[in-house]
Design a protein around this ligand. Structure first.
Ligand code: ATP
Length: 195
């Protein structure tokens, strides 16, 4: 039976970079589980690669059809941005292993939907000061930097990813993203060990 390796971590902990490197790792042979979001696309992102970028109408359509596995709405300074996972036929656990990204809450819902054994947590951690500095550098490269939103997320993450919430989600193992390549190697070894 296939597994879904589910990457989690605070903002700018390196989830997207790690996701891309693991997805390109031939030996692991992971299919990517693409989430949906109603937030605007960032410079360098591609529709259907990082996320499917959709509008609220599409979200409503999934909801109406009973295909919404989980959703999270963020009240940002730019309005409400919803991130969601839909059962749109992407996942066939009889056939493949998958790679996804999400939050602690979405991870719990994924486990409920696909089964506890099928969804394996990959929790990425970076020291807060370093993480904030990476977030700021990333924002500076954007055409329209959203510093206020960056700060909002940084603060929200402190409670969303509290030690209590991490433990409640059933996460024991953590991967430190100091050097990206080393971190990816460590995660790849873990994935191989449970595949
Ligand atoms: N080990 C590392 N060393 C230095 N920079 C890194 C490292 N890992 C990631 N970065 C950089 O840090 C920034 C944040 O990484 P990334 O966008 O992958 O984080 P994320 O967890 O997906 O963030 P978000 O949840 O906010 O989208 C990026 O600019 C990325 O290139």
């Amino acid at each position: 039976m296939g597994k879904i390796f589910y990457i989690m971590g605070k903002s700018a902990s390196g989830k997207d970079r790690i996701y891309s490197l693991l997805a390109a790792h031939k030996e692991l042979n992971l299919k990517t589980l693409i989430l949906y979001t109603t937030r605007p696309i960032r410079v360098g992102e591609q529709d259907g690669k990082n996320y499917y970028f959709v509008d609220d109408g599409k979200l409503e359509e999934f909801r109406k059809n009973g295909n919404l596995i989980e959703e999270r709405a963020y009240h940002t300074v730019y309005g409400i941005w919803t991130y969601f996972t839909a059962d749109d036929g992407q996942v066939n656990l009889a056939d493949s292993d998958y790679l996804g990204i999400g939050t602690l809450e979405s991870f719990k819902k994924m486990r409920k939907y696909y089964g506890e054994d099928a969804v394996c947590p990959v929790y990425v951690q970076v020291e807060d000061g370093e993480r904030l500095s990476r977030a700021l550098n990333r924002e500076r490269e954007q055409e329209n930097p959203r510093y206020e939103e960056m700060c909002r997320r940084f603060i929200a993450d402190q409670s969303d990813f509290s030690e209590e919430n991490i433990l409640n989600a059933g996460i024991e193992k953590r991967f430190q993203n100091i050097n990206l390549d080393d971190c990816v190697k460590e995660i790849a070894n873990y994935i191989k060990s449970v595949q």
